[in-house]
Design a protein around this ligand. Structure first.
Ligand code: FAD
Length: 486
């Protein structure tokens, strides 16, 4: 059988290994870290467990599909639950709302608590569904780099609806036109951060995202987010995929315009095809440094990064759920700091993810595991030690104001993840969470294809290539890529 080598065991590398094994390939995965999963891993601090990176899970059927490909029943290997409340929102003036998964209940909550007509919420989510239905077949499930994508019937239908798909206004403009209460504009603007973009720049097309959270649903894996990559890893192993950890690939071997293998720890490993799951920018700079560089793609602005405090908190806060947002009083200033000043605003929006709400053994009794995160610029060589120190002070005082507490006295254990460590742990260019940013109208077209146009037998998957970052799109990148492998 033909042999495939995969560089990296991020979620897209893992999904590719399953898909290739299902196609009959002999598959070997080389991973620089000592564990699989890349950004989707976990950390343990004393009695507290934390999912290290992603916390929001949508489109679980993308994971299930992998088990079905292997002839297995997904329910036997990967369990998850649907959330009744997608998120708990808090503002400084004491207003609080729950984003119920049930759209009518959510619309009612918004009308009662914020005075925003329920019909506006329904309209926003209908619009979001419309964008999804028209664009997802085109952008999420196909390569944009094939002529046929642009000439099929679905594409032609979409062109006719261009105006309604939000390509000509920004997300913020669209939300301001729809909602009366600035709090609702803010709530819906926040979806831009789901792929590391700026709602004041990104096209309104990204209003596609609330559809995933509300209409399709937000979920939580029974064993934590980490189980997404763990279960796919176990599946791959059961299909005969071989994993090599602590194995940082140094070069992709090219011979007469074809990828023929890799160099790892100074040794050559031959293969019929090579799949790169490493961040595309760093892959060109290191693994493909002797090859022609796609400069325009490499120089695209990157998405935002994150600063996370993993805190063991020795108290239970009953008003908090799995996902919680403490909103900034000046959202515009917050994004200007992230995307224009390369800095952090003094009143940042604080996201607190608490898995012990759903999975009590993640924290000791009477305690909670707080994954406390703010959006920050990607790494441009800022003085991070200084920025982190200030941000920590600002986060603590915000939490204290909004939750009426003294959070510092309740922190039992702490670890920090910042743009520098995100980059060093997973080789993401500038520590960006989602590869290129989508702030530009044409961003979707400025992502690397799922194959190399100049080197045969070389393919690309993961959050830095088409169709984009985040768990669902990274999984889809593997699926689209496989379509090119004969
Ligand atoms: P990555 O996870 O980037 O992994 C790449 C792997 O390749 C790594 O394991 C790395 O060690 C390995 N590698 C790199 N270079 C080499 C080499 N030379 N040799 C061998 N191995 C190599 N997404 C969501 O959907 N929801 C969220 O809520 C969410 N929140 C996030 C929060 C944070 C803090 C972060 C960091 C990300 C978040 N994301 C979220 C984004 C999501 O994690 C990523 O888009 C996705 O996990 C990317 O997967 P990937 O396949 O591209 O690989």
């Amino acid at each position: 059988s033909k042999k495939a080598i995969i560089i990296g065991s991020g979620i897209a590398g893992l999904a590719s290994s399953v898909r290739l094994a299902a196609k009959g390939f002999e598959v070997e995965v080389f991973e620089a870290n000592s564990y699989p999963g890349g950004k989707l891993s976990e950390i343990q601090l004393g009695a507290y467990r934390f999912d290290a990176g992603p916390s929001l899970f949508t489109l679980p059927e993308q994971v299930e599909e992998l088990f079905r490909l292997a002839g297995k029943n997904p329910k036997d290997h990967f369990e998850y639950q649907k959330l009744d409340i997608a998120c708990h929102y808090f503002w400084e003036d004491g207003k609080q709302i729950k984003a119920f998964a049930d759209i009518n209940q959510f619309a009612e909550e918004v009308e009662t608590k914020l005075g925003e007509p329920a019909s506006h919420v329904r309209k926003a989510l209908k619009n979001s569904a419309f964008i999804y239905e028209n664009l997802s077949p085109l952008f999420m499930h196909r390569s944009l780099h094939q002529f046929s994508t642009w000439t099929n019937a679905q594409a032609l239908k979409s062109y006719l609806k261009m105006g309604k798909l939000g390509i000509f206004s920004t997300m913020n403009q669209a939300n301001e036109a729809l909602f009366e209460n600035p709090k609702m504009v803010q709530l819906f603007n926040r979806y831009a951060t789901y792929n590391g973009s700026d709602p004041y720049q990104t096209p309104a097309t990204l209003n596609i995202i609330p559809h995933l959270e509300f209409n399709r649903g937000a979920y939580f894996p029974k064993k934590g987010m980490h189980d997404i990559t763990q279960s796919i890893y176990k599946l791959a192993k059961s299909m005969g995929v071989q994993f090599h950890f602590n194995s940082k690939v140094e070069e992709i071997l090219i011979d007469k315009g074809k990828a023929v293998g890799i160099i790892v720890s100074g040794e050559e490993k031959k293969a019929d095809l090579v799949i790169n799951n490493m961040d595309m920018v760093n892959a060109y700079k290191s693994l493909l440094k002797k090859q022609k560089q796609p400069k325009r793609l490499l120089n695209q602005p990157k998405s935002s990064s994150a600063l996370i405090f993993y805190w063991g908190i020795k108290k239970e806060f009953k008003q908090l759920g799995l996902h919680n947002i403490l909103f900034s009083e000046n959202y515009k200033a917050e994004f200007e700091h992230i995307f224009e000043k390369g800095s952090i605003y003094q009143d940042p929006t604080v996201y607190i993810n608490i898995t012990s709400v759903c999975k009590p053994d993640d924290a000791p009794e009477g305690s909670m595991n707080w994954f406390t995160m703010i959006n920050v610029p990607n790494n441009q060589g800022q003085d991070w030690d200084q920025l982190i120190q200030e941000a920590k002070k600002n986060i603590i005082s915000k939490v204290n104001r909004v939750l009426q507490t003294d959070i510092e006295s309740l922190i039992e254990v702490e670890e920090i993840l910042d743009p520098r460590t995100i980059e060093s742990k997973t080789s993401s260019a500038q520590g960006a969470l989602y590869g290129n940013s989508s702030n530009n109208k044409f961003a979707a077209f400025l992502r690397h294809a799922n194959y190399s146009s100049s080197i045969k037998n070389l393919f690309f998957c993961g959050g830095s290539v088409h169709p984009g970052g985040g768990i669902p799109l990274s999984l889809l990148s593997a699926k689209i890529m496989i379509g090119f492998i004969k």
